[in-house]
Design a binder for this molecule. Structure first.
Ligand SMILES: Cc1ncc(COP(=O)(O)O)c(CNc2co[nH]c2=O)c1O
Length: 399
């Protein structure tokens, strides 16, 4: 049996999405910017796809949505443009991000920090969530940008973007949120709160890989990262990825249609699965489930290296992760567990299960059975593990 429970890393392309994309590979394959029939026959689909993408986040037509190659590009673009326009010119000298942003934000922040930008890394609390007060405590008249993700890819923790948006509006500081883990999991309405830039990526909600987007509120310009043929209104040059854009549009439409199922049925399956996992001795979950996206579990199995657990699960045909795929090749501690101050023997033991609308109860039942077998085997061969629920100084309450 093969079970895929790493949907926060990437998702299967919905068959309806693939069907919508296929003609633009093999029939209507013209370059949209050419001056002939092969080009113009792609235009209706591009228009329709962009309308679906705008509708999916409730973006007004006057605002901009620029298609990029991925969320990593979108995140890089925001921070590097702000650096170019605000920090390099001396107008501002500071940005604020959370300490658990995706590596595409943190690494870019460290890059511009190495070139003289001051960076505040907001801490997360014991539940893995940002306190909006920490933004108010650190924002100044020299702050060029606040960038805080909507939902964390490792824990599923939902961050208070509405309150942070209000603080940024009060200080007239642009607010960027990386919404990659929110689209398709939570209602996203950019007119319901103050946000200037918003990142998302199609392959996180059953669309194709290699297609991302950046929403830009009217009046908040950005220096282009890519110059050339002036596509996307001059914001991002490069021949349009027609099948990719068509796929993102269909995937967005499907994600909105499936949102109730995601937020109710998937949440119910996730909660029941988590309840069973927490019956295993010495297990811990950081963020309360009501403060998480409906599909994600980050659970620690004391005494078991995360990679060892992954290996046992992989042999059983089960795909999970220890956190961001970007870090999956090394035996580092889970960055979120470290940030909340988890004890060393816990920080290396976190496993992330992330469900999707394609996850079945049978798959979860099988996975639970395999997890129990892996825990028994790995703790059995451990030279250091002994179950001691009383008085263990982990900083997390044993379940
Ligand atoms: C919050 C967040 N931002 C940005 C990205 C990058 O998106 P991409 O450039 O379109 O790939 C990811 C991917 N997160 C993960 C990729 O693998 N495991 C993950 O958790 C993400 O979760």
């Amino acid at each position: 049996m093969k079970v895929y429970l790493d949907n926060n890393a990437t998702t299967i392309v919905d068959p309806h999405v693939f069907a919508e994309m296929e003609p633009y590979f093999v029939q209507r394959y013209g370059n949209p910017n050419s001056l002939h029939l092969f080009a113009s026959e792609t235009h209706p689909a591009l228009k329709d796809a962009m309308e679906k993408i705008y509708a999916g986040i409730h973006a007004p037509k006057d605002d901009s949505i620029v298609i990029t190659s991925c969320a990593t590009e979108s995140n890089n673009w925001v921070l590097k443009s702000i650096y170019f326009e605000q920090i390099l010119t001396g107008k501002k000298n500071h940005i604020i991000i959370s300490e658990v942003e995706h590596p595409s934000v943190i690494a870019t922040a460290k890059f511009i920090e190495s070139m003289g930008c001051k960076v505040t890394y907001l801490p997360i609390n014991h539940e893995g969530i940002i306190d909006p007060q920490s933004v108010r405590d650190t924002i100044t008249d020299k702050t060029a940008l606040v960038s805080v993700m909507w939902a964390n890819n490792e824990t599923g923790a939902i961050f208070p973007v509405e309150e942070i948006g209000d603080i940024c509006e009060e200080y007239n500081v642009p607010f960027h949120t990386d919404a990659v883990q929110a689209i398709g999991k939570l209602p996203v309405d950019i007119q319901s709160f103050n946000v200037d830039y918003l990142t998302f990526s199609a392959h996180k909600f059953h669309g194709p890989k290699g297609v991302g987007a950046l929403y830009i509120k009217k009046g908040r310009e950005l220096t282009p990262l890519l110059h050339g043929g002036s596509q996307m209104g001059g914001y991002r040059s490069g021949t349009l990825n027609v099948p990719g854009i068509v796929g993102m549009g269909k995937a967005m439409e499907q994600a909105v249609d499936a949102l109730d199922y995601e937020m109710e049925d998937i949440r119910e399956m996730r909660d029941a699965f988590e309840d069973e996992l927490l019956k295993i001795e010495d297990t811990f979950v950081v963020t309360p489930r009501e403060k998480r996206t409906p599909n994600t579990i980050l659970i620690s199995f004391r005494g078991i290296e995360g990679e060892s657990m992954l290996w046992d699960l992989n042999r059983a045909g089960i795909a999970a992760s220890t956190g961001s795929a970007c870090a999956s090749e090394d035996l580092e501690a889970n960055s979120v567990m470290e940030a909340i101050g988890a004890a060393e023997d816990l920080a290396h033991t976190a496993i992330r299960f992330s469900l999707s609308r394609y996850t079945t109860q049978e798959e979860l039942d099988y996975t639970l059975d395999m997890v129990k077998k892996a825990v028994e085997r790995l703790r059995g061969i451990s030279s250091t593990y002994s179950y001691a629920p009383e008085g263990h100084e982990s900083g997390l309450d044993a379940h």
